[in-house]
Design a protein around this ligand. Sequence first.
Ligand code: 5RP
Length: 229
Amino acid sequence: MAVDQEKELAARTSLRFVRDGSVVGLGSGSTAAYAVRLLGERVRAGLQIRGIPTSVQTQGLAASLGIPLTTLEEVQQIDVTVDGTDEFDPELRLIKGGGGALLREKIVASATRQEIIIADSSKQVSVLGKFPLPVEVIRFAQALVSKKISALGATVQLRKNTAGEPFITDEGHHILDCHFEQIPDPPALAYTLSEIPGVVEHGLFIDLADVVLVGNGSEVLELRRKPHS
Ligand code: 5RP
């Protein structure tokens, strides 16, 4: 319950970053869904935005709320995106993909001027890696990629759905959940993973989050990414 309150508070605060006339990236997961529902209320009250959803699920939610949607064919620059996260560290580096939408989420983040991440306080960590890192893979290469990531020190599990079958992403791929426990050098791991043939995308988001809004009890902390020195 307290967690849900923190999620909702963070989502409510994120609406301050959404201006009339904006193109808005719509994140995925339970925290982002709070923001989408609140945006739906604002749209019904007259706010004019166009949304770019980061998953089929969010697309359905936004459409059901009457939020006008657009695509990356129509616009290649997104003003602001509001999304959730599975973990964030003091440098606002993230692990995302717990809901399986990391590929579209990263594409949308990369095309966004201001990436706003909303989270409850349990997502804050000093070192990334307790949450298993999702890696989206081409099915053909899954066993090979799994072996290579295991050799990096992770315990690797193929994600399954509730029926016990492999989870299929919106883009038709599989996900490997990689338990590293600690990721002391996220940029180095991100580079290594992206060099493995068959890896479509990984859930490390580095230098993409501009602001993290963390629900903390009854208040919201606003953390801003510092430029590299
Ligand atoms: C989906 C994501 C979500 O943002 C992340 O899993 C957080 O989800 P929740 O808000 O439900 O905890 O990355 O791919």
